[in-house]
Every structure is written in C-alpha cells, then in structure tokens.
Design a protein around this ligand. Structure first.
Ligand SMILES: [Zn+2]
Length: 326
C-alpha cells in the first residue's frame, strides 16, 4: 500500500479522500515580513484564522490538501504543524522545491557546479541534496517530510534560473519518486518547455502536474499536454481577474466531454494569508477562497453535464493515482 507523507505523518494513499491538489496556507515574503510585521499582526491570531478556514474546508468534505509552498514562497513548517495539529480531519501534504520565474535565489547563485566540483561535493547541483533531504529525512529538523516537488515557469520562459530549478526538481524526482507540480503559464504554452526538460531528464510525464492549466481556455493545447502524458492542474478556481468563473468551469466541462476527467485535478491556489496582495485588494477576488469549488464550481459542472463519477475521478481517484506513482 503506497503511503503519502503528510504534516502529521504517513497516510495510505487510499485514505486521502477528496483532495485539493494546490492550496497554500501562508504565502509570505519572509524577510519583508521580518522587517515590516505590522500587516501580519498577531501570530496567534493568524494561526487561529488558518485553523478556522481549514476547519471549514474539512467540514465541506475535503480530506486532504497539497500545500506547494516552497523556497521563495515563505515555507515555514513549524507554523504549519501548529495548524495541522488543530485540524485533525484534514491531511496536509507539504512540498519542497523552489519558486522563481527568473533567477535562482542568491543562496544558490554562487553554489555552482564548478564550485562544487572544486569542493569535491558528490552532487553537482546544490539544490538536489537539500530537496532529497526534505523528502527522505524531513524539513529543518521538524520530522515533517515533503510529499510533493514544485518548480515554476511563467511568461519569461525557460530562463537559466528556471531551468536550473526544473532540472534539480527532475533529478530529485528520479532519486525519490516524489511527484512534481509545476507552476506554468499556459497562455504562452510553457508546458511545452516543461515537456522538453522532463524528457531530457528522463522524467515520466505521468509524475508531473502542469499547474494553472485552467488559466487558459485553449482546450486543444491542454488536450495535447494530456496526450503527452501530463496531469492538468485546474487549480486556480476563484482567481477571476484575467478570466471568468464560467470560462474556467467551461474548460473543465469541455475536457470532461472529451473524456479527459481522468487527467485533471482541481483546486483554488488560495491561501489564508498571502502577502502579495494588499488585504483590501482581496475584495477584487470575492470567489477566491477554499469553499468556492464546493459551493459554486461543482454545481456548475453538474448543471453542464459533468457526472458525479467524473467529479469523484478528479477529486479523489486522480490525486490518489498521482501519489501512487502516476
Ligand atoms: Zn500556488
């Protein structure tokens, strides 16, 4: 029986239940927060707020979330442990990797393959042993092991920094078997760059979720990525600035009509607190919260011909299959 690492320990993949494959809890610019802490405010109040929001999510029937908050997004596992210990009916899978659209963090900038060769390090890429350790040993002495790998590619495309992270994630996957989620920008077809790099690294696309695929309504492009073997993350329900609720939902409806429910996973890419936005700007995104799929998306999908069986496939079976190894 394959197991999945969660914040409270390993869980049988068959026990994951309804799973949202891409939900953050806190997204923080850590060094900004450490110097300008007033907006964040009281730590205990933020944890209480997260416990309340995730308890409501669990009460809606969701049993598991995957939180792909990695380096670059303010990952801090002790705070996640505090939350997880108070929401016992929700499994939280955390991730390792690095989030950038352009350059590697300065920590890695001068830790090049050449320097590591001079120093006699066994692994030429400095990120790989760190990511592998997060998966096999645990993160920062918390004992919590990462269950997902994450990297990103956005409009700037496959910059040297983005490529370095993606290849490090690919090598870590090959060493550990841990599945991968990639932040993509489907409007500029960045999934094709992911396809090329993963193929060069020898990664089976069935281990890779192309996140944010629902940001486009180009179902032919998405169908081609499925044809290539990837999973589609329809994982930004509620972020309706450059698109609409209906456009996002209709894309899922059409892909289901094409028989591709067995290649999609759903989520909101929401957070309890994300410091990328002025808190008052959240008013522009009224549907961006953990309950939007249950309250609005699923009723819309049912009204437009998506069957209960297809919904279960997307929310329960596909996440399990991804953790079982594609
Ligand atoms: Zn995200």
């Amino acid at each position: 029986m394959p197991t999945v690492e969660t914040v409270r320990g390993p869980v049988d993949a068959a026990e994951l239940g309804r799973t949202y494959m891409h939900e953050h809890i806190f997204v923080l610019s850590t060094d900004v927060q450490q110097n300008y802490p007033d907006e964040w405010g009281d730590e205990d109040a933020r944890v209480d707020d997260a416990v309340a929001k995730l308890s409501a999510l669990a009460a809606s029937g969701v049993r598991t979330i995957v939180d792909p908050t990695v380096i670059g997004l303010g990952r801090y596992i002790p705070r996640i442990q505090q939350v997880a210990d108070r929401v016992l009916d929700l499994h939280i899978v955390v991730a390792t990797g690095c989030y950038t659209y352009r350059d590697v963090p300065f920590f890695f900038h001068h830790r090049t393959a050449d320097v590591r060769a001079i120093l006699g390090r066994a692994e030429s890429e400095a990120m790989v042993p760190l990511f592998v350790g997060d998966i096999t040993e645990g993160i920062a002495h918390t004992g919590v092991r990462a269950g997902m790998l994450k990297c990103a590619i956005d409009e700037p495309g496959l910059t040297p920094g983005v490529e370095r992270v993606m290849r490090a994630v690919a090598k870590t996957h090959l060493a550990t078997g841990c599945p991968v989620t990639v932040h993509t920008h489907p409007g500029t077809h960045q999934g094709l760059a992911v396809q090329r790099v993963m193929a060069e690294e020898g990664v089976d696309p069935s281990a890779v979720v192309l996140g944010h695929s629902g940001d486009t309504a180009d179902v032919d492009h998405l169908s081609a990525l499925v044809e290539a073997g990837f999973w589609l993350g329809m994982d930004r329900f509620g972020i309706n600035l450059e698109t609409t609720f209906e456009a996002r939902a209709d894309t899922v409806v059409e892909l289901c009509r094409r028989g591709l429910a067995d290649r999609m996973v759903l989520a909101h890419d929401a957070a309890c607190y994300l410091d990328w936005l002025d808190p008052e700007a959240r008013a522009f995104l009224p549907q961006w919260h953990y309950l939007h799929i249950e309250q609005e998306v699923l009723p819309y999908l049912r009204d437009h011909g998506v069957s209960e069986e297809q919904i279960t496939t997307m929310l329960v079976d596909n996440p399990r299959r991804i953790f079982e190894g594609g």
